[in-house]
Write a protein that binds this ligand. Structure first.
Ligand SMILES: C[S@@+](CC[C@H](N)C(=O)[O-])C[C@H]1O[C@@H](n2cnc3c(N)ncnc32)[C@H](O)[C@@H]1O
Length: 274
């Protein structure tokens, strides 16, 4: 099967570099000395949390607690409020271009503090948005966004989860499942768990879009916070669970570092799969 990795227009140039290697770290520190103190702080936190948490979810929940206490918008990866707004708009506009309708039922996995979620809630019919997250702290911040934007009447559901088995969610219900910047922070077993269960909650004809950090070299992670995957491996993982996956070329045209894969029930033509 030919594996297409990206269009020529890609802005998310993945390369083969391994950000976890000592050589990369030294070179990076020389090029960006101002970022060294932040990296050292993250390293110290990683060491502390590594001994005090039992698994990845507990670890990442603690990371989110720490980050959210400082600034919820920064905790979901936005350096400023303007970036928070822009990143949410990018996700929202993309799904609109792909035909999102008010009567779609959307599951937002790792919804954070509703950077995109508030726009989906506003657009969708009441009760059609369900956000889930492992972090109680960011879900409290999400509730503030719902209240601050006057979206109470849209009845958004916001649920705390401890895993991605999606066990409490109804079968064949969601026409759109969305996970932005979640698998970029997830080890393979978390992605595997999600792909093993998402087919159950996905409505016939529905799709699951997720973003990921793409590498064309070896898969690796940095401080268990940022994970890098090869497209073909994620496509294969989806296939292992009876799902078809394809690389979304049009997402590459947007100014975003991550790439996007769309997963659906069943097979796609082999020349589309990558
Ligand atoms: C970088 S933020 C992105 C939030 C949101 N999707 C957005 O684009 O603004 C990642 C979010 O995913 C959540 N998260 C990470 N791993 C998760 C998991 N295994 N299941 C559910 N949520 C997860 C984090 O708590 C955090 O809120």
């Amino acid at each position: 099967m030919p594996i297409r990795t990206a269009s020529a227009a890609s802005t998310a140039e993945p390369g083969t570099k391994n950000r976890a290697s000592a050589l990369h770290k030294v070179r990076y520190a020389v090029r960006h000395p101002q970022r060294v103190p932040r990296y050292v702080r993250r390293l110290a936190r990683d060491l502390r949390l590594r001994v005090s948490t039992r698994d990845h979810i507990a670890y990442y929940r603690a990371v989110m607690r720490d980050d959210t206490a400082r600034n919820p918008e920064a905790a979901v990866g936005s350096a400023s409020h303007e970036r928070w707004l822009a990143l949410g708009e990018m996700q929202y506009d993309y799904l609109l271009r792909h035909g999102l309708r008010p009567d779609d039922r959307l599951l937002d996995i790792g919804c954070g503090n509703l950077r995109a979620g508030w726009r989906f809630i506003d657009y969708l019919d009441a009760g059609h948005y369900h956000g889930i997250d492992i972090s109680p702290d960011i879900l409290l911040a999400a509730q503030e966004v719902v209240a601050g934007r006057g979206l109470q009447a849209k009845l958004p559901l916001l649920s705390l989860v401890r895993d991605l088995r999606l066990a409490a969610l109804p079968e064949a219900h969601f026409t759109v499942v969305h996970a932005h910047s979640v698998f970029s922070h997830s080890p393979r077993e978390v992605i595997d768990e999600c792909l093993a269960h998402v087919g159950r909650v996905l409505a016939p004809g529905g799709y699951f879009d997720f973003t990921f950090n793409r590498t064309e070299g070896s898969e690796h992670h940095v401080l268990r916070e940022d994970f890098y995957y090869r497209t073909a491996n994620l496509v294969r993982l989806a296939a292992d669970h009876g799902l078809a996956a394809r690389f979304m070329d049009d997402w590459e045209e947007l100014p975003h570092r991550q790439s996007k894969i769309r997963v659906t029930h069943g097979d796609v033509h082999s020349d589309e799969a990558a």
